[in-house]
Design a protein around this ligand. Structure first.
Ligand code: NAP
Ligand code: MG
Length: 496
């Protein structure tokens, strides 16, 4: 769909018009909280301050969303018309994809090539897919008796608040917005502090595409202010959240202490990539390392644990280390770059801390180290790390959210499954084998919402995405996502 070309992305970034307000009821307004002071992780340069939402600003956005909902300007439109508006929105995004990709790259350090060719493609596809789908969903007519007619219909929930992270900023946003809007809800979006510029521009394009004012509001701000205020608001019906387990559980508390709103958490992961003895070791290890380092390792699904038979452990470490040494960070604005900057200095320090502690615990460090990498002066860069560890090491249990791969040896299949299932998470897993029976048997025993067999990160809009256990229970993508944003209504008609 898109190809990143040219060598002038830095000049193009300098010429960008950055939106810095709150978008409420179709108007740019100033928030009353202390403004955000974003920094580009590419070179450490300060970006323009962004207005931040307080409780009062969030309340204003929710009231705008409610008024739009109640007016019926969107909620009562025929599904096909809403679908056409979403398809028009997808086209607007398509036509402005380079600008949006550049905003992402500037604010969170993703390579421009990935931002454009992978992320923007996913965003356009997502809005298009829900736009095309929404008038093809059927309600139910249960069989009852000759004297009655029973209808089971789905109605939009009302006001949906979406709180999202920065790692795939617009993809995560699209996964929430597209299904929520498709079925007629109004939305208030709270982007991550590190990725508000792209969210604001996206919402402006929604207005330009004809989605009515008030149907999509954006309240940038701090998690503990703007995010909390949405979680606690008594007139928000649904929270759809992607982020850390810690914050996801806060939303469950906010809900319990306010109006009991529905919360759909999609949280972190600690993906195991399980290589069975018959698999092509080299292929499996290379794909796992790539899957761990992709997006600078800042991925909920990052394949951060490589599980190999004990006899293959040293060879696996060698192959993974070679991938690490040839996947070095570079300027995100160069179209040849595949690994960009870490989102922030805080995140970089957190990643380095994991490596230091692994070293102190006696892990074998086969590639990289705890030091920062110098790709662009002033920026936040970190080269991939490969460590040989036991399942007990901290780095093998906790989500690092950085390019750190743990290589772990297992003794037999039961041991491998105990390790694979032995974290608090259950988002995704990969399995490598050509033995058909083993593939089916083992994939059933893996506790995860997504299992990839002989591949990594494959998917489609038709497939739900989400986890189990500590990874939460929300599901993005597919027709199932529509269920999160609708209420079932049972209507019983007595035919006398
Ligand atoms: P995070 O700290 O949980 O933040 C996510 C969102 O919640 C941000 O908008 C954040 O705002 C907001 N927030 C923070 N504290 C809050 C609070 N006390 N109350 C209400 N909202 C609050 O996550 P992150 O650091 O951005 O992203 C990394 C995490 O997301 C990882 O654990 C990763 O695995 C997970 N993730 C999961 C998926 C998935 O699909 N399962 C996908 C991507 C990422 P601020 O920006 O102001 O902090
Ligand atoms: Mg955070």
């Amino acid at each position: 769909m898109f190809t990143a070309t040219g060598s002038d992305w830095e000049q193009r970034a300098a010429a960008l018009h950055l939106r810095t307000g709150l978008l409420i009821d179709g108007e740019w307004v100033q928030g009353s909280a202390e403004p955000l002071t974003p920094i580009s992780p590419r070179d450490g340069r300060a970006l323009p301050a962004i207005s931040a939402a307080s409780d009062a600003d969030v309340d204003r956005a929710v009231r705008s969303a409610r008024a739009a909902f109640d007016s019926g300007c969107w909620s009562q439109r025929a599904p096909r018309e809403r679908g056409q508006a979403l398809i028009a929105f997808a086209q607007k995004i398509h036509d402005n994809a380079e600008e949006l990709a550049l905003l992402i790259s500037l604010e969170m350090g993703k390579p421009i090539r990935e931002a454009l060719q992978t992320e923007m493609r996913a965003v356009v596809n997502c809005f298009r897919w829900y736009g095309e789908a929404v008038d093809k969903v059927l309600d139910e007519l249960p069989v009852t008796s000759p004297n009655s007619l029973a209808l089971v219909t789905r109605e939009p929930a009302g006001v949906v608040a979406a709180v999202v992270p920065w790692n795939f900023p617009l993809t995560m946003t699209a996964w929430k917005l597209a299904p929520a809007l498709a079925v007629g809800n109004s939305v208030v979006l709270k982007p991550a502090e590190n990725s508000s510029f792209s969210a604001l521009r996206l919402a402006e394009l929604a207005l330009e595409a004809g989605i009515p004012a008030g149907v999509l509001n954006v309240t940038p701000g701090r998690g503990h202010e703007a995010g909390r205020a949405l979680g606690e608001h008594n007139d928000v019906d649904v929270i759809t959240f992607t982020g850390s387990p810690e914050v996801g559980r806060k939303f469950l508390t906010y809900s319990g202490l306010s109006n009991g709103k529905r919360v759909w958490p999609e949280l972190g992961g600690k993906t195991a990539s399980l290589v069975l003895p018959d698999a092509d070791l080299e292929r499996a290890v290379r794909a796992t390392a790539d899957g761990c380092f992709y997006n600078q390792g800042q991925m909920c699904t990052a394949s951060s644990r490589l599980l190999v038979p004990r006899a293959d452990r040293d060879r696996a470490l060698e192959i993974a280390a070679e991938v690490a040494r040839t996947t070095l960070p570079a300027d995100p604005f160069e179209v040849t770059t595949s690994m960009g900057a870490i989102v922030s200095e805080n995140q970089l320090r957190s990643i380095a801390g994991f490596v230091e502690r692994a070293d102190a615990e006696g892990a074998e460090i086969a590639a990289g180290g705890a030091e920062r990498f110098d790709a662009v002066a002033g920026g936040s860069y970190f080269a991939p790390v490969v460590v040989g560890v036991t399942p007990e090491n901290e780095v093998a249990r906790r989500e690092v959210f950085g390019p750190v791969l743990s290589v772990i040896a297992y003794d037999d299949l039961d041991d491998a499954l105990a390790i694979a299932n032995g974290t608090e998470y259950g988002l995704a897993a990969a399995l490598w084998s050509n033995d058909l029976n083993a593939v089916h048997r083992v994939s059933r025993r893996i506790k995860a919402g997504v299992v990839w067999v002989n591949c990594f990160e494959e998917g489609d809009m038709t497939m739900p995405f989400g986890g189990v256990k500590g990874s939460g229970y929300g599901r993005d993508k597919s027709l199932h996502a529509l269920e999160k944003f609708t209420d079932l209504k049972s209507t019983w008609i007595e035919l006398s």
